[in-house]
Design a binder for this molecule. Structure first.
Ligand code: NI
Length: 169
């Protein structure tokens, strides 16, 4: 397995829309394994394939405290969402160091496939529900900062570009 480089906002590749997975083969299992390793290494709660520049509908999540409950969502479809919503503070491995409030449904149910192509259903609330909504946005090419005001978003963009320039020196 290998650590994969994570794209950072405002990289335009983060806005590509992911296509469905059709081949449940060794390459996919390798991708899922690498994504899990990359997520754990970065201390993230979730990672979408879009963030590692693979534009396919693959998400890995671990919202457990012990970091021992990996969840793989391939071709996820949201089949139910609670009417109740609230603002939660979110961060993202593609926008390091930035945390801000985003309105999300309190609970969601999703149907997805695993790396072997088996369909499963996840009924999520709490952190897991927030994370699933956040990662499914990535597959649509949407980064959480797009929910913030244009002023805030531009400030974040400037800060990220400056940090990336300094890291490149
Ligand atoms: Ni993210």
């Amino acid at each position: 397995m290998a650590l994969l480089p994570i794209l950072c906002f405002p990289d335009p590749r983060l806005h590509q829309v992911a296509r469905p997975v059709t081949q449940f083969d060794a390459r996919l299992r390798q991708l899922v394994g690498d994504m899990l390793e990359t997520m754990y290494d970065a201390h993230g709660v979730g990672l979408a394939a879009t963030q590692v520049n693979v534009h396919e509908q693959v998400i890995v999540i671990d919202a457990s405290e012990q970091r021992d409950q990996p969840l793989v969502l391939i071709n996820p479809q949201q089949v139910w969402q609670s009417e109740s919503r609230r603002v939660n503070e979110e961060g993202c491995l593609s926008v390091p160091g930035i945390y801000d409030g985003v309105m999300r449904h309190d609970a969601v149910h999703v149907q997805a496939q695993d790396a072997e192509g088996r369909t499963h259903r996840v009924e999520a609330d709490g952190l897991l529900a927030i994370c699933i909504q956040h990662e499914m946005d990535h597959l649509l090419g949407k980064v959480f900062v797009e929910y913030l005001s244009p002023l805030k978003r531009n400030r974040i963009k400037t800060k990220m570009l400056k940090a990336q320039r300094e890291a490149g020196r």
